[in-house]
Write a protein that binds this ligand. Structure first.
Ligand code: 6PG
Length: 474
């Protein structure tokens, strides 16, 4: 009998929690996992007394679904998505809906949407953010693909999504092809940037100025009660206050300082380069992880090169408010860069993205949720084509007010020899943006000198070339 509302393939932790979330919201979910033992364990732990049904073959899984069939794939991005979809293909019929809920590359999603459309099957690429906890209690959901197909799954997504303060579910149709996965990718780029900014402020106040982790935890907790209120600042306070039971030290102090990455941050930077959109804070977040990974080389360089002495403990208190403002302004730059990238991508790839909607659905459930997203939403709702968030009065004020403190924090970090790639990339982004005259005139002159690339002039229309070496022998 075809009784099930939706099937989920791939019972990793995210998959399991999404099933439990859908079940809790009254949906009849079927599950399948390649390794049967995983399915059995899941059913033992979470399936008893529920409407969840386990299947051990894809044919049975599909047969039990109401039409049009909706199948959510929660498998690893890349080849596994194509592999499972290809196995499911012969079991599906026109009108059925395949949903990829992983962190797939938007280009792959665009290709899959087209490929499956030729067979009459809808393919939706859906970014899901919020980690394990979000999947269970309410993630932020970023769908893209065929709009009509989306409407068929919308009630399920609306039911399971996080609800923002105004009660609105954090899900919205974002556009065709890879629009959903693109938005998730940029979300992750911002995630990388904000995490790096937090790490640099931790480094400044803790390593640089001697503030113990326990005090720093309180600082972050208090910041989270103000304008910086956000999930990442909130969990930083938790992380810094955790004690390692084995050593009695703050746990964060015994964690290896080598960051890993699965690729979505890198993709963000790659695409921004292709589109010519500057996102230096996000790039700094990605590159700082790559640099941290060179630990052996860092240890060697640390032995070779000396550096300035760190400040005496007790200094930190003087810098707390300046650090808060520097972090806040830098975070604004990270969001501004991400939104500018979304805007350019929407234009280039014809996503038709509504930036206010993207900001709206990031207000709860996802990793970059923050109070400031309501201001981002409001900004784009009133002015859908603002060139950059920094022009919007609310953000303009934050950056103006932070200027002096921002510079002072960075000056001190440079003096102490502490790397601040993301904080300084944010300030440089802001400074470049507010520069009526940049030294690009020199770039143009040099290009023209060695390559006759020509230049334009401030005082006249037209394209010019100068014989820079005229008269001199080659
Ligand atoms: C989310 C996260 C998640 C991401 C992890 C790990 O929105 O829930 O963005 O999707 O995969 O944060 O990413 P890295 O391993 O690349 O740090």
């Amino acid at each position: 009998m075809s009784t099930q509302d939706i099937a989920l393939v791939g019972l990793g932790v995210m998959g399991q929690n999404l099933v439990r979330n859908m079940e809790r919201n009254g949906y009849r979910v079927s599950v399948f996992n390649r390794t049967a033992a995983v399915t059995e364990r899941f059913m033992n732990d979470h399936g008893q007394g529920t409407s969840i049904q386990a299947y051990y073959g894809l044919r049975d899984l599909v047969a039990a679904l109401e039409r049009p069939r909706k199948i959510l794939l929660m498998v690893k991005a890349g080849a596994p998505v194509d592999a499972v979809a290809t196995e499911l293909g012969p079991l599906l019929e026109a009108g059925d809906i395949l949903i990829d809920g992983g962190n797939s590359h938007f280009g792959d999603t665009g290709r899959r949407v087209e490929q499956w459309a030729r067979l009459g099957i809808h393919f939706l690429g859906v970014g899901i953010s919020g980690g394990e906890e979000g999947a269970l209690r309410g993630p932020s959901i970023m769908p893209g693909g065929d709009r009509d197909a989306y409407r068929q799954v919308e009630p399920i997504f609306q039911a399971i999504a996080a609800k923002a303060g105004d009660g609105a579910p954090c899900v919205a149709y974002l556009g065709p092809a890879g629009a959903g996965h693109y938005t998730k990718m940029v979300h992750n780029g911002i995630e990388y940037a904000v995490i790096q900014l937090i790490a640099e402020v931790y480094d400044f106040l803790h390593q640089g100025l001697g503030l113990p982790c326990s005090s720093l935890a309180e600082v972050f907790a208090s910041w989270n009660r103000g304008e910086l209120a956000s999930y990442l600042v909130e969990i930083t306070a938790d992380v810094l206050s955790r004690i390692d039971p084995e050593t009695g030290s703050p746990l964060v102090e015994v964690i290896l300082d080598q960051a890993e990455q699965k690729g979505t941050g890198r993709w963000t930077v790659q695409d921004a380069l292709d589109l010519g959109v500057p996102i230096p804070t996000i790039s700094a977040g990605v590159e700082a992880r790559s640099l941290s990974a060179l630990r052996d080389q860092r240890l060697e360089a640390a032995r070779i090169f000396g550096g300035p002495a760190l400040a005496a403990p007790g200094e930190a208190k003087r810098h707390l408010e300046a650090s808060r403002r520097a972090l806040r302004a830098s975070v604004v730059c990270a969001y501004a860069q991400g939104m500018a990238l979304l805007q350019a991508a929407s234009h280039t790839y014809a996503f038709g993205l509504e930036l206010a909607e993207a900001a709206r659905i990031w207000r709860a459930g996802c990793i970059i949720r923050a109070d400031l997203l309501e201001d981002v939403r409001a900004a784009y709702a009133t002015q859908p084509v603002i060139h950059n968030l920094i022009f919007f009065p609310k953000f303009r004020a934050i950056l103006q007010e932070a200027q002096a403190d921002w510079r002072q924090v960075l000056e001190t970090m440079i003096r102490l020899g502490l790397p601040a790639p993301a904080l300084s990339a944010s300030l440089a982004y802001f400074d470049a943006y507010r520069s009526a005259r940049l030294p690009a005139n020199v770039i143009q002159a040099l290009r023209d000198y060695f390559g006759a690339h020509t230049y334009r002039r401030l005082d006249r229309e037209g394209t010019f070339h100068t014989e820079w070496t005229e008269g001199e022998p080659l």
